[in-house]
Ligand binder design. Structure first.
Ligand SMILES: Nc1ncnc2c1ncn2[C@@H]1O[C@H](COP(=O)(O)OP(=O)(O)OP(=O)(O)O)[C@@H](O)[C@H]1O
Length: 394
């Protein structure tokens, strides 16, 4: 149900508008002047605001200006009396969505509201779409290891050298792979990702190489595998340490010969694919334990890029937090929130086990639950376990 805030000092007007809009199925809240309205606007999320122009305490224009400072997405419709049409026009120039005159014409009121909210939905959709088509996420951080990684990516990307990216979960290994693709001569081709840990071992070969119809019971039609899909581009083999030994043998052959055969097929198909692999395991240890082929390891690890955990590059945390604040506030259509110095310090000292992914989730949670400025109390209440609280206080 869409919710609407009505700000008007005339009780009878508030009552009429409120009755009409409730009848139309909106959730309505009322405020008797700009100051009261602004307090509600600041603390709650509305889909639209109807705001009178002439009011005591804070008038409509002042409300508009203050509201726009904290949120530019919620449409504000001014309600003007006879004497202040000029002011209403002025308000529209300053960012009000539109104005309606008193006494409000029922149809015009409802149509204006509907249009205003449709427009907000469009703006939100556009933002989401823009994010989707946006290029690869910038790699944030100026710590020595991140600078080194960026430099390596720039040097290695234009070559077809295979790269093995290592590091714990959520440190940004996939981001490294995406940048290797983005800065390569293959950037106009596809980047295809396979999470080797997520695919049951009996299906991985068909996933990677495809299969011919009837090659096994559930192979009801022909299927093109990821190697073929990535032709002319990059194949990102994530969690390669979890791949079965038999799949490893086939991948090795594909890398050696630049050819694949679909499961159940006999035709050799040439593929032009650059492979970037990633793992959170110690692959040499896996080799020792006979879970990973040494020859495949050498094929994959022409270039090694290790992404250190967030706990080993804490100086990158503030920039990452600011970045996630931007994206979370935008995503939830909120005005940009800020973070208090002590709260930032607490985040910087936290022991991050889920790395950047966890940090992103935590900031999103803080954006949703905190006020305009994120305080250390917010961080303790919503994020950090008690042990960290003790540590920071000590
Ligand atoms: N340096 C960075 N700057 C900005 N965002 C980052 C950075 N590194 C990682 N991220 C973001 O953090 C999230 C996790 O990164 P990513 O998926 O690349 O990690 P991963 O190491 O591949 O994780 P997994 O091991 O679980 O596959 C992604 O949303 C990614 O965009």
């Amino acid at each position: 149900m869409a919710s609407i805030l009505i700000i008007d000092d005339e009780k009878s007007i508030r009552k009429t508008l409120s009755e009409i809009l409730s009848y139309e199925g909106y959730k309505v809240e009322e405020a008797a002047d700009g100051a009261e309205g602004f307090k509600l606007f600041k603390d709650k999320q509305y889909d639209a605001v109807l705001c009178d122009i002439k009011m005591p305490k804070m008038d409509g224009l002042e409300f508009l200006e203050k509201a726009r400072e904290i949120n530019t997405d919620v449409p504000i419709i001014m309600v003007s009396g006879h004497g202040n049409i000029d002011t209403a026009v002025e308000a529209v120039k300053k960012g009000a969505y539109d104005y309606i005159s008193k006494p409000p014409d029922l149809n015009r009121l409802l149509i204006t509201l509907r249009n205003a909210m449709d427009k907000t939905n469009l703006v939100t959709e556009t933002k989401t779409l823009r994010r989707k088509v946006n290029k690869t996420q910038e790699m944030i951080g100026t710590s020595a290891p991140i600078l080194k990684i960026k430099e390596t990516i720039e040097k290695v990307a234009p070559t077809d050298a295979r790269v093995l990216v290592t590091g714990e979960n959520g440190v940004g290994k996939e981001l490294v792979a995406r940048w290797l693709h983005e800065l390569s001569n293959r950037a106009s081709g596809p980047i295809v990702e396979v999470n080797c840990a997520a695919i049951p071992s009996e299906l991985i070969e068909s996933e990677l190489f495809g299969h011919e119809k009837g090659s096994f019971t559930s192979a009801v039609k022909q299927r093109i595998g990821k190697f073929e899909q990535a032709n002319g581009g990059t194949l990102f083999l994530d969690e390669i340490g979890d791949m079965s030994l038999s799949a490893q043998a086939k991948v090795l052959r594909a890398l050696q010969e630049g050819k694949i055969t679909r499961v159940g097929g006999d035709k050799e198909i040439s593929v032009d694919v650059r492979v970037v692999a990633a793992t959170n395991k110690d692959l040499l240890k896996e080799v020792e334990d006979k879970n990973f082929r040494l020859d495949l390891y050498h094929r994959l690890s022409v270039i090694l890029i290790h992404v250190p955990s967030l706990n080993d590059r804490r100086e990158d945390i503030p920039a990452l937090v600011e970045h996630f604040l931007d994206s979370a506030c935008q995503e939830y259509g909120m005005a940009r929130k800020s973070i208090d110095k002590e709260a930032m310090k607490a985040l910087q000292q936290h022991n991050w086990s889920g790395n950047i992914r966890e940090l992103g989730n935590v900031v999103a949670r803080l954006v949703i639950l905190s006020g305009k400025t994120i305080t250390p109390e917010d961080v303790f209440d919503y994020v950090l376990p008690a042990r960290d609280k003790k540590k920071v206080n000590a």
